[in-house]
Design a binder for this molecule. Structure first.
Ligand code: KG4
Ligand code: ZN
Length: 335
């Protein structure tokens, strides 16, 4: 089963050809990040326009790189939720057009399910059930992946997503957008014990996260230092912030693994690229004898290969759509 997959939920226009959910025949990503950087974040209107301009060329390149014609594709998988609605709709409408023109099935894929499936590409032996920490720019969830298309959320962020917290703290520290990767690099050269930052807990919900207090603490620390004319050591602050985020994420993840009896742990989403998170979880899993799966760096961020991977399992489960498929800005992973 060869799927052509389309992803346009945020600021990457991406297309890929994936065979049987695990073999990537091609993967093309056109990133708009340089253009959004000057505004300090993604401008939805610009994102939609660029997707419209790029989607045909990106898709054609994915087919060319796979050395396949559209007629040789068995189905069209597309991200239909969640995301910036104008951006999502470009991909959804394009995929609907391809499905109509070719008569091939249309397979709607939830973006976060796609992030999890990036791990199926990288780890051929990985199969559900497992416990997954999904940490992206827009979402932070602790999820029981009971089957390829069966999910149960056991924890979530109450305010900012992990990637959002990284980006906001990074911006306050003067890094360009999206700042997560720059903050990560600075953190590797800093002392994580240099600044004391809060580790907020959500009362009565042991597996939920909260990052806004931590982000605010960083912003206040920077403002106070500026007012007093004190110097802040950016690498040290980055390391202290990253240490706090990793502490919050890993403590909930490991507690949930113990409580629910999982020894197979998976990380997914853009923040799975974070060196501190990977290092901490690798160490903790080694100590406990757990298996840890993380995507290789090129599969951590948004791409269409992961949509093609999940699309295969959605198709196997009979989850196809008609031409009335609509994009959805906000949709839980477990519905
Ligand atoms: O999954 P993703 O590519 O897009 C969404 O679906 O949201 O995640 C993007 C997020 C951004 O917030 C970005 O700053 C963050 O992932 N990110 C990182 C790192 N690389 C990307 N955050 C921390 N450390 C990194 N190395
Ligand atoms: Zn994403």
């Amino acid at each position: 089963m060869r799927l052509l997959a389309i992803e346009s939920s945020c600021d990457e226009t991406a297309a890929a050809v994936v065979e049987d959910g695990r073999h990537v025949l091609s993967s093309v990503i056109h990133s708009q990040v340089e253009e959004h950087r000057q505004y300090g974040g993604v401008v939805p209107e610009i994102a939609s326009r660029r997707h419209t301009e790029q989607i045909i060329a990106v898709t054609q390149k994915a087919l060319d790189n796979a050395q396949l014609a559209l007629e040789q594709i068995d189905g069209i998988a597309v991200t239909y939720a969640p995301g910036l609605i104008g951006a999502v709709l470009v991909g959804v409408n394009f995929a609907k057009g391809l499905s109509l023109a070719t008569g091939k099935p249309l397979i709607p894929v939830h973006h976060l399910r796609g992030h999890i499936a990036a791990n199926y590409i990288a780890h051929p032996q990985l199969e559900p059930p497992f416990l997954c920490l999904v940490v992206s720019g827009g979402h932070s969830h602790l999820i029981e992946v009971l089957g390829y298309t069966t999910f149960r959320i056991i924890g979530r962020t109450r305010d900012d997503a992990a990637g959002e917290a990284f980006d906001k703290a990074a911006r306050a520290m003067g890094f360009p957008y999206p700042g997560g990767v720059y903050l990560d690099r600075a953190a590797q050269a800093g002392n994580p014990a240099a600044y004391r930052l809060p580790l907020p807990r959500v009362e009565g919900s042991p597996y939920d996260f909260s990052f806004s207090g931590l982000k605010t603490a960083v912003i206040n620390l920077l403002h106070n230092a500026a007012q007093k004319g004190e110097t802040i050591h950016t690498n040290d602050l980055a390391a202290s912030f990253q240490h706090a985020v990793v502490q919050i994420l890993s403590s909930r993840f490991l507690a949930a693994a113990e409580q629910f009896g999982y020894q197979k742990l998976v990380i997914a989403g853009g923040v799975s690229a974070n060196s501190g998170l990977r290092g901490k979880m690798e160490e903790a899993c080694r100590q406990r004898g757990y298996s840890l799966y993380v995507p290789p760096l090129p599969l951590c961020g948004d791409n269409a290969a992961m949509i093609g991977a999940q699309g295969y399992y959605e198709w196997q489960a009979g989850h196809t759509a008609g031409l009335d498929l609509n994009g959805i800005a906000s949709l839980p992973i477990d519905c």
